[in-house]
Design a protein around this ligand. Structure first.
Ligand code: KIV
Ligand code: ZN
Length: 525
């Protein structure tokens, strides 16, 4: 976008699939990443940071697939300053209609001395050469001085000047460890604008982590100081305490537009759906009181509040729930609905299913509709994302039997399909039915997974609501998360457990590969 066109337009740079995916336990496959990227495009973000291609063949493949298939946003790939990183990033994004390479190197003395074990001079040279290299490949190049907030301002200004001289079009100054307070972060930009007047010719960007719970406040302070790109992640997921939450930033800018005078290109009615999709596919639940997308964000418990809202919504609501897409609960299908109606309903929800996928979705829909008479848009969404996970490589739950009684310990037997297609059977007598099923899955797969977390939520209200379960397991020190949806919470739990176990195994194998290629191993930023 031409900056002169609208000086108050804030670009939304979504890093859910790169920085967000670095959260412990998250392991998305290419199909899942593509699904999220397509939803981000519907949401209307300006830039999708799709991954860090040099880190693994899987990451490369996902970025390439997104670059080829997702229309609308700029597709960006991350790279360190090494020529091989930059070339790999370019290979991954080159088929996008609009591609960006994002180059970073740390500029704080702490990182230079201990992590990079080099000198300021060397960092300056690497930054210059890397931006020049990336600019030979593509016109749109972003540069980030990592740990910018803790960097010496004069030195960082020198590095930024060099990056702009070499053609960087966006300069992003991260608070990598979430250390800043809003006034300090804003003051840093004021100082940088004075030290590097050329910053006025490029897009300046904020990137904040939430270690002190200030990521959104800091991002906003940066925007108030003149920055016009904000890097953020759906549901605030990301390294450690996470990144600034996309939905909070967008809704602050929209709700307080008369005061802030800033705008975005986001279709806010897509926010709730995007949040649910990311939560289901990553296995990271959203806390009930989370701003904007938490289950209780628009709920009123106190009688006085309920009374007030019934008389006039704005007495206790500063936003309308429909403005973030929380009106998706109208009934859409019943048990007599046919394949055509299902396909149309899914298409309205943004899922294009045909052929075998439609057959599978329809079969699952009929099974659920037999038990739960009416399915809402949210139920359908939950089922489709559940099916999406089923296509991922790994173990799959085939069936289970469980005998539960208050007089004897429960006993479970499960059938699990291995990634090679073999049916494995295992049994266990546990402390409770859930424990028995989970340990029977361990017995069937021969994997010693340890349960770390187990939660059950209802997709919608009502006694026949679909259960949405989240499981986190640990396998040999590696965490894996999974979710499952069913009208039966034991089945939903078993599906989630098998997925969490498969994710943990996949991550453990990836780590082993990385260790084997340790000479080329890539530290994530
Ligand atoms: O937090 C950080 O510094 C990053 C950079 C790569 C932008 O994620
Ligand atoms: Zn980051």
């Amino acid at each position: 976008m031409d900056r002169a066109e609208d000086a108050n337009r804030v670009l939304i740079f979504d890093t859910t699939l790169r920085d967000g995916e670095q959260s412990p336990g998250i392991s998305l496959n290419t199909q899942e990443k593509l699904e999220i990227a397509q939803q981000l495009a519907r949401l209307g973000v300006d830039v999708i940071e799709a991954g860090f291609p040099i880190t693994s063949p899987g990451d490369f493949e996902a970025v390439q697939e997104i670059a080829r298939k997702v229309e609308g946003p700029v597709i960006c790939a991350l790279a360190r300053t090494a020529a091989s990183d930059i070339e790999r990033a370019w290979e991954a994004v080159r088929d996008a209609a609009r591609a960006r390479i994002h180059v970073f190197i740390a500029t704080s003395d702490l990182h230079i001395r201990h992590k990079l074990q080099t000198t300021r001079e060397d960092v300056l040279g690497q930054a210059r050469a890397a931006v020049a290299h990336a600019r030979q490949l593509v016109d749109d190049v972003e540069f980030s001085p990592e740990d910018g907030f803790r960097s010496d301002r004069q030195f960082m200004a020198e590095v930024i000047s060099a990056a702009i001289e070499e053609g960087a079009t966006t300069i992003n100054v991260p608070d990598t460890v979430g250390y800043a307070t809003p006034d300090e972060y804003a003051a840093m930009f004021t100082e940088l604008y004075a030290l590097v007047p050329q910053l006025r010719e490029v897009t300046v960007s904020v990137h904040c982590h939430d270690d002190l719970g200030l990521a959104v406040a800091n991002s906003l302070a940066g925007l108030r100081a003149g920055c016009r790109q904000v890097e953020c992640a759906v549901n605030g997921i990301g390294e450690r305490a996470g990144n600034a939450s996309l939905e909070e930033i967008v809704m602050v800018l929209q709700t307080r537009a008369p005061y802030l005078g800033l705008s975005t290109g986001v279709d806010t009615r897509e926010i709730a759906r995007t949040s649910r999709l990311v939560s289901r596919l990553t296995g990271y639940p959203v806390q009930p009181n989370k701003a904007i997308v938490g289950r209780n964000a628009f709920a009123h418990e106190a009688g006085i509040h309920q009374d007030g809202v019934l008389k006039e919504r704005t007495t206790y609501e500063i936003m309308d729930a429909t403005s973030v897409g929380l009106d998706a609960n109208s009934i859409v299908l019943g048990k007599h609905s046919g394949r055509h109606a299902l396909r149309r309903a899914l298409s309205e929800l943004g899922f294009e299913v045909d052929g075998q996928s439609l057959n599978t979705a329809f079969k699952r829909f009929k099974e659920i509709a037999d038990k739960k008479k009416l399915l809402t848009a949210m139920d359908l969404e939950a089922l489709v994302t559940d099916e999406l996970r089923e296509q991922s490589v790994g173990y799959q739950l085939e069936w289970f039997d469980v005998e539960a009684s208050s007089r004897r310990p429960p006993h479970a037997t499960v059938g699990v399909r291995s990634p090679e297609g073999e049916e494995l059977v295992g049994s266990f007598t546990g402390d409770g039915p859930v424990d028995a099923i989970f340990r029977a899955i361990n017995a069937a797969t021969g994997v010693d997974a340890r349960l770390r977390e187990f939660r059950v939520d209802a997709v919608t209200g009502g006694q026949d609501a679909l259960g949405d379960t989240s499981v986190v397991v640990e396998v040999g020190g590696v965490i894996g998360a999974g979710q499952g949806v069913s009208t039966d919470i034991l089945e939903a739990g078993a599906r989630a457990y098998v997925r969490a176990l498969s994710n943990a195994i996949r991550r453990r194998a990836a780590r082993a590969d990385e260790a084997a290629a340790s000479a080329e191993s890539v530290p994530t930023p």
